[in-house]
Structure formats: C-alpha cells, structure tokens
Design a binder for this molecule. Structure first.
Ligand code: GTP
Ligand code: MG
Length: 196
C-alpha cells in the first residue's frame, strides 16, 4: 500500500485483510510505516479487530527490512496474502520515493515476481492532484491498482477515469467510510451511476 499522507492506507490495509479473511484466505500484515511511532500501534489495533498477525520492526527500522522479515514470516505461516502498510510520503520527495523502490528490490530478492500488487491509495476529495500522485508513484514503483477512499465524502473520484486513461492503472477497491465493512471491490457501472 503506497500513497501520500493520510489517504487511508492503514485503514484500507485492514479493510482489505478483513475482506480476504472473510473469503477464507489467510493474511499477514507488515507494519512498514516505521516513520511515525503511532502508525505501528494503529495497525496493531486494526489487526486485532481483523484477527490477523502483524509483523513489525524496531522503531525507525528500514521499511524494506520489515517487509523482508514479514515476507519470510508469511511464507513460513503459509499465508495466502501479505499486505505491507507503508508510510505516507509526498510524491515530490525523491528520497522517500527511493525508499519504496528499495522495498520492492528487497522483497524481490526472495521472489522476483513480488510485490504482486502495488496499490496506490488516493483520497476521493483530492481532485486533480491525484493524477499527479499516480504519475509519480507509478514511475517509482509500477502500480497495479488504485484504491479510492472517502467516497462517502464530497469527492466523487472522477480523477480515476483520467488515471486509468493516462496510466492504464485500474481502480480495484473503494473505501466508503471509517468502519471495517466500508470497503468493496470497485464496480465501474455503480461508479458511473454515482458520477452522473
Ligand atoms: N470517511 C472516510 N474516512 C476514511 C476512509 N478511509 C480512511 N479514512 C479515514 O482517514 C483517516 C486517515 O486514515 P489512515 O488509514 O490512517 O491513512 P494513512 O494513509 O494510513 O495515513 P498516514 O499513514 O499518516 O499516511 C482516518 O481518520 C480514517 O478513519 C474512507 O473510506 N472514508
Ligand atoms: Mg498509515
């Protein structure tokens, strides 16, 4: 999970874990936001609600090492999915975008096909800046999908159309509130109905 600050990465990580678990899949979470002290705790609280294990590192640990350890742990547990919650970062900050590339490289050492998905979490109320975010993140770590959050707010998420058109990155999930169940697979027809 990648994205700028406060878009809903941690919440979406937990919601997605919950969705997968309900479908009978086993999930492990990686607390790769080692930047903010409260971030690990936030993910831990969610993981208890969802009832999935969370792998964390020491404070200020390199996020790529947390993801690497989490990968090994997920494989040892024979988990179906590992979801890594990364720290919010501005798409204009080169060094922070490099950090994401490193996560990808390090996880890729064990499995060159990993990460199998990279989801950019965008806030529906952001408007046109979401396209710029998508461009920059896509350059750093090729995105496989978008999760659009806060569709329960004032934003309608029209920018998703531009992201799909320009970058070919499809929207995969939508967040429609702060609760665990406020999350579902993206439905283009339903989305269009709401836009019009
Ligand atoms: N209304 C609404 N609020 C949401 C949704 N998704 C997340 N939020 C709220 O947005 C705020 C930020 O969510 P987080 O999951 O902490 O966002 P984050 O991207 O992990 O933030 P950083 O790690 O600080 O970058 C929280 O108050 C969430 O409850 C959504 O779909 N709808
Ligand atoms: Mg977070």
């Amino acid at each position: 999970m990648v994205g700028v600050n406060g878009t809903g990465k941690t919440t979406s990580t937990a919601k997605l874990a919950n969705l997968l678990k309900k479908r009978g899949k086993s999930v492990v979470l990686a607390a790769a936001d080692t930047f903010r002290a409260a971030a690990v705790e936030q993910l831990e609280v969610w993981s208890q609600r969802v009832d999935v294990p969370v792998i964390k590192g020491s404070p200020n640990a390199d996020p790529s090492s947390v993801c690497f350890d989490a990968y090994l742990s997920a494989v040892a547990k024979k988990a179906d999915f590992l979801i890594c919650d990364t720290a919010g970062r501005l798409h204009t900050r080169h060094n922070l975008m490099e950090e994401l590339r490193k996560v990808q490289r390090v996880v890729g050492k064990k499995d060159p096909t990993a990460p199998h998905e990279v989801f950019l979490v965008v806030d529906a109320t952001t408007g046109g800046n979401a396209l710029q975010q998508a461009r920059e993140f896509h350059k750093a770590v090729p995105l496989t999908g978008i999760i659009v959050t806060k569709l329960d707010g004032s934003g309608k998420g029209g920018i998703l159309v531009a992201i799909q058109q320009e970058l070919g990155v499809p929207t995969r999930f939508v967040g429609t509130g702060e609760h665990m169940e406020d999350f579902k697979a993206f439905d283009a027809d339903e989305f269009l109905e709401q836009m019009l």
